[in-house]
Design a protein around this ligand. Structure first.
Ligand code: NAG
Ligand code: NAG
Ligand code: NAG
Ligand code: NAG
Ligand code: NAG
Ligand code: NAG
Ligand code: NAG
Ligand code: NAG
Ligand code: NAG
Length: 465
Protein backbone atom coordinates (compact mmCIF):
# COMPACT_ATOMS: atom_id res chain seq x y z
CA UNK A 1 0.00 0.00 0.00
CA UNK A 2 2.77 2.41 0.98
CA UNK A 3 4.77 1.39 -2.08
CA UNK A 4 1.86 1.98 -4.36
CA UNK A 5 1.64 5.52 -3.08
CA UNK A 6 5.28 6.16 -3.85
CA UNK A 7 6.64 8.75 -6.20
CA UNK A 8 7.55 7.47 -9.62
CA UNK A 9 10.74 5.43 -9.91
CA UNK A 10 13.83 7.01 -11.45
CA UNK A 11 13.70 6.94 -15.26
CA UNK A 12 16.37 4.25 -15.61
CA UNK A 13 15.95 1.37 -16.09
CA UNK A 14 12.55 0.74 -17.60
CA UNK A 15 10.26 -1.85 -16.02
CA UNK A 16 11.94 -2.42 -12.68
CA UNK A 17 10.36 -5.58 -11.50
CA UNK A 18 9.70 -8.35 -13.93
CA UNK A 19 10.13 -8.60 -17.60
CA UNK A 20 9.09 -11.72 -19.41
CA UNK A 21 12.13 -13.82 -20.11
CA UNK A 22 11.61 -13.66 -23.85
CA UNK A 23 11.86 -9.89 -23.81
CA UNK A 24 15.04 -10.03 -21.76
CA UNK A 25 16.71 -12.48 -24.09
CA UNK A 26 15.64 -10.44 -27.07
CA UNK A 27 17.25 -7.30 -25.71
CA UNK A 28 20.29 -9.26 -24.68
CA UNK A 29 20.90 -10.62 -28.13
CA UNK A 30 20.42 -7.26 -29.79
CA UNK A 31 22.66 -5.28 -27.49
CA UNK A 32 25.71 -7.43 -26.80
CA UNK A 33 28.27 -6.12 -24.34
CA UNK A 34 31.23 -4.22 -25.76
CA UNK A 35 34.05 -6.42 -26.99
CA UNK A 36 31.95 -9.58 -27.22
CA UNK A 37 30.08 -10.95 -30.21
CA UNK A 38 26.63 -12.50 -30.08
CA UNK A 39 28.11 -16.01 -29.92
CA UNK A 40 30.42 -15.04 -27.09
CA UNK A 41 27.45 -13.96 -25.03
CA UNK A 42 25.70 -17.28 -25.30
CA UNK A 43 28.94 -19.02 -24.38
CA UNK A 44 29.48 -16.91 -21.27
CA UNK A 45 25.94 -17.61 -20.15
CA UNK A 46 26.37 -21.33 -20.54
CA UNK A 47 29.91 -21.64 -19.21
CA UNK A 48 29.84 -19.44 -16.10
CA UNK A 49 32.61 -19.76 -13.47
CA UNK A 50 36.17 -18.69 -14.20
CA UNK A 51 37.03 -15.01 -14.29
CA UNK A 52 35.01 -13.50 -17.12
CA UNK A 53 35.79 -10.03 -18.45
CA UNK A 54 34.22 -7.21 -16.49
CA UNK A 55 31.50 -6.62 -19.05
CA UNK A 56 30.25 -10.21 -19.27
CA UNK A 57 27.22 -11.44 -17.42
CA UNK A 58 27.57 -13.58 -14.25
CA UNK A 59 26.42 -17.14 -14.88
CA UNK A 60 23.48 -16.94 -12.51
CA UNK A 61 22.12 -13.70 -13.94
CA UNK A 62 20.65 -12.37 -17.11
CA UNK A 63 21.86 -9.08 -18.45
CA UNK A 64 20.62 -6.54 -20.96
CA UNK A 65 21.37 -3.08 -22.28
CA UNK A 66 25.12 -3.74 -22.55
CA UNK A 67 25.07 -5.36 -19.15
CA UNK A 68 23.80 -2.19 -17.46
CA UNK A 69 20.77 -4.21 -16.29
CA UNK A 70 21.67 -7.32 -14.32
CA UNK A 71 18.90 -9.53 -13.03
CA UNK A 72 19.63 -12.39 -10.67
CA UNK A 73 16.29 -12.98 -8.97
CA UNK A 74 15.18 -16.39 -7.67
CA UNK A 75 18.44 -18.19 -8.45
CA UNK A 76 18.90 -19.62 -4.95
CA UNK A 77 22.04 -17.55 -4.57
CA UNK A 78 23.76 -17.76 -1.17
CA UNK A 79 26.26 -15.03 -2.07
CA UNK A 80 26.34 -11.98 -4.28
CA UNK A 81 27.79 -13.31 -7.57
CA UNK A 82 31.36 -12.28 -8.27
CA UNK A 83 32.23 -10.10 -11.24
CA UNK A 84 29.08 -8.09 -11.75
CA UNK A 85 29.79 -6.03 -14.92
CA UNK A 86 31.37 -2.64 -14.12
CA UNK A 87 28.82 -0.72 -16.14
CA UNK A 88 25.84 -2.13 -14.22
CA UNK A 89 23.32 0.56 -13.36
CA UNK A 90 20.56 -1.71 -12.10
CA UNK A 91 21.19 -4.86 -10.10
CA UNK A 92 18.36 -7.08 -8.91
CA UNK A 93 19.27 -9.78 -6.39
CA UNK A 94 15.77 -10.17 -4.97
CA UNK A 95 14.41 -13.47 -3.65
CA UNK A 96 17.61 -15.35 -3.01
CA UNK A 97 19.21 -16.80 0.11
CA UNK A 98 21.94 -14.22 0.68
CA UNK A 99 22.71 -13.85 4.41
CA UNK A 100 25.72 -11.55 4.57
CA UNK A 101 26.93 -8.61 2.51
CA UNK A 102 30.67 -8.31 2.99
CA UNK A 103 32.87 -5.24 2.90
CA UNK A 104 33.61 -3.95 -0.62
CA UNK A 105 31.19 -6.40 -2.30
CA UNK A 106 30.08 -3.81 -4.86
CA UNK A 107 33.22 -1.71 -4.81
CA UNK A 108 33.77 -1.47 -8.57
CA UNK A 109 30.16 -0.58 -9.46
CA UNK A 110 30.61 3.14 -9.90
CA UNK A 111 27.53 3.46 -12.11
CA UNK A 112 25.11 1.42 -9.99
CA UNK A 113 21.93 3.38 -9.35
CA UNK A 114 19.49 0.77 -8.09
CA UNK A 115 20.37 -2.16 -5.86
CA UNK A 116 17.63 -4.60 -4.89
CA UNK A 117 18.47 -7.02 -2.09
CA UNK A 118 14.98 -7.52 -0.68
CA UNK A 119 13.46 -10.92 0.11
CA UNK A 120 16.74 -12.55 1.03
CA UNK A 121 17.91 -13.89 4.39
CA UNK A 122 20.14 -10.91 5.14
CA UNK A 123 21.14 -10.81 8.79
CA UNK A 124 24.43 -8.95 8.50
CA UNK A 125 25.66 -6.05 6.44
CA UNK A 126 29.32 -5.44 7.17
CA UNK A 127 30.86 -2.00 7.61
CA UNK A 128 31.86 -0.83 4.13
CA UNK A 129 29.48 -3.26 2.39
CA UNK A 130 28.29 -0.47 0.09
CA UNK A 131 31.69 1.15 -0.41
CA UNK A 132 32.34 2.54 -3.86
CA UNK A 133 28.76 3.18 -4.95
CA UNK A 134 28.79 6.92 -5.63
CA UNK A 135 25.80 6.77 -7.98
CA UNK A 136 23.46 4.63 -5.87
CA UNK A 137 20.09 6.28 -5.46
CA UNK A 138 17.85 3.38 -4.40
CA UNK A 139 18.71 0.65 -1.92
CA UNK A 140 16.07 -1.99 -1.23
CA UNK A 141 16.58 -4.17 1.83
CA UNK A 142 12.98 -4.98 2.74
CA UNK A 143 11.78 -8.43 3.85
CA UNK A 144 15.07 -9.58 5.36
CA UNK A 145 16.37 -10.61 8.79
CA UNK A 146 18.29 -7.54 9.87
CA UNK A 147 18.09 -6.88 13.62
CA UNK A 148 19.90 -3.53 13.50
CA UNK A 149 20.01 -0.58 11.12
CA UNK A 150 23.28 -1.04 9.18
CA UNK A 151 24.24 2.59 9.84
CA UNK A 152 27.97 2.10 9.31
CA UNK A 153 27.45 0.68 5.85
CA UNK A 154 25.73 3.87 4.63
CA UNK A 155 28.98 5.84 4.48
CA UNK A 156 29.74 7.55 1.13
CA UNK A 157 26.31 6.87 -0.39
CA UNK A 158 26.12 10.54 -1.24
CA UNK A 159 23.36 10.17 -3.86
CA UNK A 160 21.07 7.81 -1.96
CA UNK A 161 17.45 8.96 -2.19
CA UNK A 162 15.41 5.89 -1.29
CA UNK A 163 16.05 3.37 1.45
CA UNK A 164 13.68 0.48 2.01
CA UNK A 165 14.09 -1.37 5.30
CA UNK A 166 10.53 -2.48 5.91
CA UNK A 167 9.73 -5.84 7.47
CA UNK A 168 13.01 -6.59 9.16
CA UNK A 169 13.25 -7.69 12.83
CA UNK A 170 14.98 -4.43 13.78
CA UNK A 171 14.72 -3.82 17.53
CA UNK A 172 15.95 -0.28 17.93
CA UNK A 173 16.72 2.82 15.95
CA UNK A 174 19.68 4.49 17.65
CA UNK A 175 20.77 8.14 17.56
CA UNK A 176 22.03 9.35 14.19
CA UNK A 177 21.03 6.10 12.48
CA UNK A 178 20.72 7.86 9.11
CA UNK A 179 23.10 10.75 9.67
CA UNK A 180 25.41 9.51 6.89
CA UNK A 181 22.75 9.76 4.21
CA UNK A 182 21.35 13.30 4.43
CA UNK A 183 20.40 13.02 0.74
CA UNK A 184 17.57 10.56 1.61
CA UNK A 185 14.12 11.57 0.42
CA UNK A 186 12.15 8.40 1.11
CA UNK A 187 12.63 6.10 4.05
CA UNK A 188 10.49 3.01 4.57
CA UNK A 189 10.65 1.61 8.10
CA UNK A 190 7.20 0.02 8.03
CA UNK A 191 6.35 -3.28 9.68
CA UNK A 192 9.32 -3.32 12.04
CA UNK A 193 7.31 -5.57 14.33
CA UNK A 194 10.11 -6.09 16.86
CA UNK A 195 10.81 -2.40 17.26
CA UNK A 196 11.07 -1.41 20.92
CA UNK A 197 13.10 1.76 21.01
CA UNK A 198 13.60 4.84 18.87
CA UNK A 199 16.19 7.33 20.08
CA UNK A 200 15.25 11.02 20.44
CA UNK A 201 17.96 11.74 17.85
CA UNK A 202 17.22 8.78 15.54
CA UNK A 203 16.25 10.94 12.55
CA UNK A 204 18.82 13.67 13.07
CA UNK A 205 20.37 14.82 9.80
CA UNK A 206 17.52 13.78 7.48
CA UNK A 207 16.88 17.34 6.36
CA UNK A 208 15.82 16.31 2.86
CA UNK A 209 13.42 13.55 3.81
CA UNK A 210 10.01 13.91 2.15
CA UNK A 211 8.37 10.57 3.00
CA UNK A 212 8.64 8.44 6.12
CA UNK A 213 6.83 5.18 6.79
CA UNK A 214 6.64 4.09 10.42
CA UNK A 215 3.38 2.17 10.02
CA UNK A 216 2.77 -1.12 11.83
CA UNK A 217 5.79 -0.75 14.11
CA UNK A 218 3.98 -1.24 17.44
CA UNK A 219 4.71 2.36 18.35
CA UNK A 220 3.10 3.53 21.59
CA UNK A 221 4.39 7.08 21.20
CA UNK A 222 5.21 9.28 18.28
CA UNK A 223 9.02 9.56 18.12
CA UNK A 224 10.87 12.87 17.91
CA UNK A 225 10.45 13.92 14.28
CA UNK A 226 11.58 17.53 14.74
CA UNK A 227 14.65 17.08 12.55
CA UNK A 228 12.52 16.26 9.50
CA UNK A 229 11.99 19.85 8.44
CA UNK A 230 11.01 18.99 4.83
CA UNK A 231 8.83 15.96 5.56
CA UNK A 232 5.70 15.96 3.41
CA UNK A 233 4.17 12.53 3.99
CA UNK A 234 4.07 10.59 7.23
CA UNK A 235 2.62 7.10 7.65
CA UNK A 236 1.88 6.14 11.25
CA UNK A 237 -1.03 3.75 10.71
CA UNK A 238 -1.33 0.42 12.45
CA UNK A 239 0.41 1.50 15.65
CA UNK A 240 -0.89 1.69 19.23
CA UNK A 241 -0.76 5.39 19.88
CA UNK A 242 -3.74 5.94 22.24
CA UNK A 243 -2.86 9.59 22.98
CA UNK A 244 -1.65 12.36 20.68
CA UNK A 245 -0.13 15.34 22.46
CA UNK A 246 0.73 18.81 21.22
CA UNK A 247 4.41 18.80 20.30
CA UNK A 248 4.23 15.35 18.73
CA UNK A 249 4.47 17.00 15.33
CA UNK A 250 6.68 19.86 16.38
CA UNK A 251 8.49 21.45 13.47
CA UNK A 252 6.71 19.48 10.74
CA UNK A 253 5.61 22.63 8.96
CA UNK A 254 5.95 21.09 5.48
CA UNK A 255 3.83 18.02 6.21
CA UNK A 256 1.02 17.66 3.66
CA UNK A 257 -0.26 14.16 4.39
CA UNK A 258 -0.64 12.38 7.70
CA UNK A 259 -1.94 8.82 7.90
CA UNK A 260 -3.07 7.59 11.29
CA UNK A 261 -5.49 4.77 10.44
CA UNK A 262 -6.04 1.74 12.69
CA UNK A 263 -3.76 3.33 15.28
CA UNK A 264 -5.91 2.89 18.43
CA UNK A 265 -6.02 6.66 18.95
CA UNK A 266 -8.51 7.47 21.72
CA UNK A 267 -7.53 11.04 22.64
CA UNK A 268 -6.16 13.93 20.67
CA UNK A 269 -5.23 16.77 22.99
CA UNK A 270 -5.95 20.45 22.42
CA UNK A 271 -3.69 22.12 19.86
CA UNK A 272 -2.04 18.80 18.94
CA UNK A 273 -1.90 19.67 15.23
CA UNK A 274 -1.07 23.38 15.52
CA UNK A 275 2.35 23.03 13.85
CA UNK A 276 1.02 21.29 10.76
CA UNK A 277 0.41 24.50 8.82
CA UNK A 278 0.74 22.78 5.42
CA UNK A 279 -1.44 19.75 6.13
CA UNK A 280 -3.83 18.91 3.29
CA UNK A 281 -4.87 15.35 4.07
CA UNK A 282 -5.48 13.72 7.44
CA UNK A 283 -6.67 10.14 7.80
CA UNK A 284 -7.96 9.29 11.27
CA UNK A 285 -10.26 6.47 10.22
CA UNK A 286 -10.59 3.26 12.29
CA UNK A 287 -9.60 4.66 15.67
CA UNK A 288 -11.27 4.98 19.09
CA UNK A 289 -12.13 8.66 18.94
CA UNK A 290 -15.35 9.84 20.58
CA UNK A 291 -14.70 13.57 20.31
CA UNK A 292 -12.13 16.13 19.21
CA UNK A 293 -11.20 19.31 21.09
CA UNK A 294 -12.91 22.49 19.92
CA UNK A 295 -11.25 24.14 16.92
CA UNK A 296 -8.58 21.42 16.58
CA UNK A 297 -8.46 21.98 12.82
CA UNK A 298 -8.73 25.78 12.85
CA UNK A 299 -4.98 26.43 12.53
CA UNK A 300 -4.76 24.04 9.56
CA UNK A 301 -5.63 26.44 6.78
CA UNK A 302 -4.76 24.05 3.94
CA UNK A 303 -6.60 21.00 5.27
CA UNK A 304 -9.11 19.76 2.71
CA UNK A 305 -9.35 15.99 3.06
CA UNK A 306 -10.19 14.45 6.43
CA UNK A 307 -11.12 10.82 7.00
CA UNK A 308 -12.94 10.32 10.28
CA UNK A 309 -15.02 7.21 9.59
CA UNK A 310 -15.08 4.15 11.83
CA UNK A 311 -14.68 5.94 15.14
CA UNK A 312 -17.23 5.73 17.99
CA UNK A 313 -18.20 9.43 17.73
CA UNK A 314 -20.25 10.68 20.64
CA UNK A 315 -22.57 13.29 19.20
CA UNK A 316 -23.17 16.11 21.66
CA UNK A 317 -22.29 19.79 21.82
CA UNK A 318 -18.58 18.97 21.70
CA UNK A 319 -18.92 17.61 18.18
CA UNK A 320 -20.84 20.61 16.86
CA UNK A 321 -17.74 22.59 15.85
CA UNK A 322 -16.67 19.61 13.76
CA UNK A 323 -20.02 19.48 12.06
CA UNK A 324 -19.69 23.17 11.12
CA UNK A 325 -16.12 22.70 10.02
CA UNK A 326 -17.03 19.76 7.80
CA UNK A 327 -19.91 21.62 6.19
CA UNK A 328 -17.70 24.56 5.41
CA UNK A 329 -14.54 22.72 4.37
CA UNK A 330 -15.73 19.46 2.85
CA UNK A 331 -19.10 20.35 1.35
CA UNK A 332 -18.97 17.32 -0.97
CA UNK A 333 -19.15 15.06 2.14
CA UNK A 334 -17.68 12.09 0.34
CA UNK A 335 -14.38 11.71 2.15
CA UNK A 336 -15.25 12.46 5.73
CA UNK A 337 -18.49 10.54 6.51
CA UNK A 338 -18.02 10.29 10.22
CA UNK A 339 -21.18 8.85 11.81
CA UNK A 340 -22.48 9.15 15.36
CA UNK A 341 -22.14 6.06 17.49
CA UNK A 342 -23.93 7.59 20.51
CA UNK A 343 -26.34 8.69 21.86
CA UNK A 344 -28.85 6.10 20.70
CA UNK A 345 -31.13 8.73 19.18
CA UNK A 346 -28.43 9.96 16.79
CA UNK A 347 -26.70 6.68 16.08
CA UNK A 348 -25.81 6.33 12.40
CA UNK A 349 -26.31 10.02 11.58
CA UNK A 350 -23.51 11.78 9.72
CA UNK A 351 -21.72 14.37 11.86
CA UNK A 352 -21.77 16.74 8.89
CA UNK A 353 -25.56 16.69 8.92
CA UNK A 354 -25.99 17.70 12.57
CA UNK A 355 -26.80 21.20 13.68
CA UNK A 356 -27.53 23.08 16.86
CA UNK A 357 -31.20 22.03 16.86
CA UNK A 358 -30.14 18.53 17.86
CA UNK A 359 -28.69 19.67 21.19
CA UNK A 360 -28.96 22.25 23.92
CA UNK A 361 -25.50 23.70 24.34
CA UNK A 362 -24.11 26.03 26.96
CA UNK A 363 -21.01 28.19 27.06
CA UNK A 364 -18.22 26.49 29.01
CA UNK A 365 -17.96 26.68 32.78
CA UNK A 366 -14.63 27.36 34.42
CA UNK A 367 -14.67 24.98 37.35
CA UNK A 368 -11.43 26.22 38.91
CA UNK A 369 -10.61 29.83 37.94
CA UNK A 370 -7.20 31.47 38.50
CA UNK A 371 -6.63 33.43 41.73
CA UNK A 372 -4.42 36.45 42.43
CA UNK A 373 -0.90 35.59 43.51
CA UNK A 374 1.91 37.44 45.29
CA UNK A 375 5.20 35.73 44.59
CA UNK A 376 8.91 36.51 44.68
CA UNK A 377 11.04 36.29 41.52
CA UNK A 378 12.63 32.91 40.87
CA UNK A 379 9.65 31.06 42.36
CA UNK A 380 7.33 28.67 40.53
CA UNK A 381 3.72 29.73 40.05
CA UNK A 382 0.48 28.32 38.69
CA UNK A 383 -2.63 30.03 37.41
CA UNK A 384 -5.44 27.48 37.15
CA UNK A 385 -8.15 27.42 34.53
CA UNK A 386 -9.89 24.09 34.81
CA UNK A 387 -13.06 23.42 32.83
CA UNK A 388 -15.67 20.70 32.95
CA UNK A 389 -14.46 19.07 29.72
CA UNK A 390 -11.15 18.94 27.90
CA UNK A 391 -12.96 19.35 24.58
CA UNK A 392 -13.04 23.14 24.94
CA UNK A 393 -10.17 25.26 23.65
CA UNK A 394 -8.18 27.30 26.16
CA UNK A 395 -6.21 30.46 25.41
CA UNK A 396 -4.30 32.63 27.85
CA UNK A 397 -3.87 36.33 27.22
CA UNK A 398 -0.70 37.58 28.92
CA UNK A 399 -0.13 41.18 30.15
CA UNK A 400 1.84 42.12 27.01
CA UNK A 401 -0.93 40.86 24.72
CA UNK A 402 0.65 37.52 23.73
CA UNK A 403 -1.83 34.66 23.28
CA UNK A 404 -0.65 31.29 24.61
CA UNK A 405 -2.19 27.89 23.89
CA UNK A 406 -1.55 24.37 25.09
CA UNK A 407 1.64 23.14 23.48
CA UNK A 408 3.20 26.55 22.88
CA UNK A 409 6.84 25.65 23.22
CA UNK A 410 8.15 27.91 25.89
CA UNK A 411 10.47 26.58 28.48
CA UNK A 412 9.65 28.95 31.29
CA UNK A 413 5.90 29.41 30.85
CA UNK A 414 3.56 26.80 29.40
CA UNK A 415 -0.14 25.98 29.20
CA UNK A 416 -0.77 22.47 30.49
CA UNK A 417 -3.42 20.11 29.17
CA UNK A 418 -5.82 20.94 32.02
CA UNK A 419 -5.58 24.65 31.12
CA UNK A 420 -3.15 25.64 33.89
CA UNK A 421 -0.62 28.35 33.07
CA UNK A 422 2.60 27.02 34.57
CA UNK A 423 5.56 29.27 35.40
CA UNK A 424 8.76 27.48 36.33
CA UNK A 425 10.64 30.63 37.35
CA UNK A 426 8.83 33.98 37.50
CA UNK A 427 10.51 37.30 36.77
CA UNK A 428 9.42 40.80 37.83
CA UNK A 429 8.42 41.45 34.17
CA UNK A 430 5.74 38.74 34.44
CA UNK A 431 3.71 40.97 36.75
CA UNK A 432 0.26 41.84 35.46
CA UNK A 433 -3.17 40.54 34.62
CA UNK A 434 -3.61 37.14 32.96
CA UNK A 435 -6.89 36.18 31.31
CA UNK A 436 -7.90 32.67 30.47
CA UNK A 437 -10.48 32.31 27.71
CA UNK A 438 -12.33 29.02 27.29
CA UNK A 439 -14.35 28.43 24.13
CA UNK A 440 -16.81 25.85 22.85
CA UNK A 441 -19.41 25.92 20.11
CA UNK A 442 -21.90 27.80 22.32
CA UNK A 443 -19.57 30.64 23.28
CA UNK A 444 -16.68 31.59 25.48
CA UNK A 445 -16.04 32.22 29.15
CA UNK A 446 -13.17 34.17 30.62
CA UNK A 447 -11.54 34.50 34.04
CA UNK A 448 -8.66 36.75 35.07
CA UNK A 449 -6.15 37.01 37.89
CA UNK A 450 -3.22 39.23 38.77
CA UNK A 451 0.26 37.89 39.22
CA UNK A 452 2.34 40.16 41.43
CA UNK A 453 6.05 39.34 41.30
CA UNK A 454 8.29 41.24 43.67
CA UNK A 455 12.07 41.43 43.40
CA UNK A 456 14.17 39.58 45.89
CA UNK A 457 15.01 42.11 48.60
CA UNK A 458 18.79 42.51 48.21
CA UNK A 459 19.20 43.55 51.85
CA UNK A 460 17.28 40.56 53.16
CA UNK A 461 19.11 38.23 50.73
CA UNK A 462 22.50 39.70 51.71
CA UNK A 463 21.68 39.61 55.40
CA UNK A 464 20.79 35.95 55.21
CA UNK A 465 24.32 34.95 54.10
C1 NAG B 1 13.93 16.42 19.38
O1 NAG B 1 14.85 16.69 18.34
C2 NAG B 1 15.26 18.05 18.27
C3 NAG B 1 16.15 18.26 17.09
O2 NAG B 1 16.04 17.31 16.14
C4 NAG B 1 15.98 18.43 19.53
O3 NAG B 1 16.34 19.80 19.47
C5 NAG B 1 15.07 18.19 20.70
O4 NAG B 1 15.77 18.44 21.90
C6 NAG B 1 14.56 16.77 20.71
N1 NAG B 1 13.56 16.63 21.76
C7 NAG B 1 13.76 15.87 22.82
C8 NAG B 1 12.65 15.80 23.80
O5 NAG B 1 14.80 15.25 22.98
C1 NAG C 1 -8.06 7.05 4.53
O1 NAG C 1 -9.16 6.38 5.06
C2 NAG C 1 -10.22 6.12 4.17
C3 NAG C 1 -11.32 5.50 4.93
O2 NAG C 1 -10.88 4.47 5.74
C4 NAG C 1 -9.74 5.27 3.04
O3 NAG C 1 -10.78 5.03 2.15
C5 NAG C 1 -8.62 6.00 2.34
O4 NAG C 1 -8.10 5.22 1.31
C6 NAG C 1 -7.54 6.35 3.31
N1 NAG C 1 -6.58 7.17 2.64
C7 NAG C 1 -5.37 6.75 2.36
C8 NAG C 1 -4.48 7.72 1.68
O5 NAG C 1 -4.96 5.65 2.64
C1 NAG D 1 -23.42 12.52 2.50
O1 NAG D 1 -23.01 11.26 1.97
C2 NAG D 1 -23.90 10.22 2.26
C3 NAG D 1 -23.31 8.92 1.76
O2 NAG D 1 -22.28 9.14 0.90
C4 NAG D 1 -25.26 10.52 1.63
O3 NAG D 1 -26.17 9.48 1.95
C5 NAG D 1 -25.78 11.83 2.19
O4 NAG D 1 -26.97 12.16 1.57
C6 NAG D 1 -24.77 12.93 1.94
N1 NAG D 1 -25.23 14.12 2.62
C7 NAG D 1 -25.26 15.30 2.04
C8 NAG D 1 -25.73 16.43 2.87
O5 NAG D 1 -24.91 15.44 0.90
C1 NAG E 1 -0.76 40.55 47.86
O1 NAG E 1 -0.13 41.57 48.63
C2 NAG E 1 -0.97 42.71 48.91
C3 NAG E 1 -0.16 43.73 49.67
O2 NAG E 1 0.62 43.11 50.61
C4 NAG E 1 -2.19 42.27 49.69
O3 NAG E 1 -3.04 43.36 49.88
C5 NAG E 1 -2.92 41.21 48.92
O4 NAG E 1 -4.01 40.72 49.66
C6 NAG E 1 -2.01 40.07 48.59
N1 NAG E 1 -2.71 39.15 47.74
C7 NAG E 1 -2.71 37.85 47.94
C8 NAG E 1 -3.49 37.03 46.98
O5 NAG E 1 -2.08 37.30 48.81
C1 NAG F 1 15.44 31.76 37.47
O1 NAG F 1 15.91 32.66 36.46
C2 NAG F 1 16.99 33.47 36.89
C3 NAG F 1 17.30 34.47 35.80
O2 NAG F 1 17.00 33.97 34.54
C4 NAG F 1 18.17 32.58 37.19
O3 NAG F 1 19.26 33.34 37.64
C5 NAG F 1 17.77 31.57 38.28
O4 NAG F 1 18.82 30.67 38.53
C6 NAG F 1 16.52 30.80 37.88
N1 NAG F 1 16.07 30.00 39.01
C7 NAG F 1 15.65 28.75 38.90
C8 NAG F 1 15.18 28.08 40.16
O5 NAG F 1 15.66 28.16 37.85
C1 NAG G 1 5.08 23.10 36.03
O1 NAG G 1 6.04 23.85 36.72
C2 NAG G 1 6.76 23.13 37.70
C3 NAG G 1 7.64 24.09 38.41
O2 NAG G 1 6.84 25.06 38.95
C4 NAG G 1 7.58 22.06 37.04
O3 NAG G 1 8.25 21.29 38.01
C5 NAG G 1 6.65 21.17 36.27
O4 NAG G 1 7.41 20.24 35.54
C6 NAG G 1 5.80 21.98 35.31
N1 NAG G 1 4.84 21.09 34.72
C7 NAG G 1 4.86 20.79 33.44
C8 NAG G 1 3.88 19.75 32.97
O5 NAG G 1 5.61 21.33 32.65
C1 NAG H 1 5.15 38.54 26.54
O1 NAG H 1 4.88 37.74 27.66
C2 NAG H 1 5.20 36.38 27.53
C3 NAG H 1 4.71 35.68 28.76
O2 NAG H 1 4.76 36.47 29.89
C4 NAG H 1 6.69 36.26 27.33
O3 NAG H 1 7.05 34.90 27.21
C5 NAG H 1 7.07 36.99 26.07
O4 NAG H 1 8.46 36.96 25.88
C6 NAG H 1 6.61 38.44 26.14
N1 NAG H 1 6.79 39.02 24.84
C7 NAG H 1 7.27 40.25 24.70
C8 NAG H 1 7.37 40.75 23.30
O5 NAG H 1 7.61 40.91 25.64
C1 NAG I 1 -16.32 35.30 22.83
O1 NAG I 1 -17.66 35.65 22.91
C2 NAG I 1 -17.95 36.99 22.53
C3 NAG I 1 -19.39 37.29 22.78
O2 NAG I 1 -20.08 36.18 23.18
C4 NAG I 1 -17.58 37.18 21.08
O3 NAG I 1 -17.77 38.51 20.71
C5 NAG I 1 -16.12 36.83 20.89
O4 NAG I 1 -15.79 36.90 19.52
C6 NAG I 1 -15.84 35.44 21.38
N1 NAG I 1 -14.43 35.19 21.31
C7 NAG I 1 -13.96 34.07 20.84
C8 NAG I 1 -12.47 33.94 20.81
O5 NAG I 1 -14.68 33.17 20.48
C1 NAG J 1 2.70 43.01 45.30
O1 NAG J 1 3.43 42.40 46.33
C2 NAG J 1 4.19 43.29 47.10
C3 NAG J 1 5.01 42.48 48.10
O2 NAG J 1 4.22 41.50 48.70
C4 NAG J 1 3.25 44.27 47.82
O3 NAG J 1 3.99 45.18 48.55
C5 NAG J 1 2.42 44.97 46.77
O4 NAG J 1 1.46 45.78 47.39
C6 NAG J 1 1.70 43.97 45.90
N1 NAG J 1 0.98 44.66 44.85
C7 NAG J 1 -0.28 44.32 44.54
C8 NAG J 1 -0.90 45.09 43.44
O5 NAG J 1 -0.88 43.43 45.12
Amino acid sequence: MARARGSPCPPLPPGRMSWPHGALLFLWLFSPPLGAGGGGVALTLAAGGGSPPATSCPAACSCSNQASRVICTRRELAEVPASIPVNTRYLNLQENGIQVIRTDTFKHLRHLEILQLSKNLLRKIEVGAFNGLPSLNTLELFDNRLTTVPTQAFEYLSKLRELWLRNNPIESIPSYAFNRVPSLRRLDLGELKRLEYISEAAFEGLVNLRYLNLGMCNLKDIPNLTALVRLEELELSGNRLDLIRPGSFQGLTSLRKLWLMHAQVATIERNAFDDLKSLEELNLSHNNLMSLPHDLFTPLHRLERVHLNHNPWHCNCDVLWLSWWLKETVPSNTTCCARCHAPAGLKGRYIGELDQSHFTCYAPVIVEPPTDLNVTEGMAAELKCRTGTSMTSVNWLTPNGTLMTHGSYRVRISVLHDGTLNFTNVTVQDTGQYTCMVTNSAGNTTASATLNVSAVDPVAAGGAS
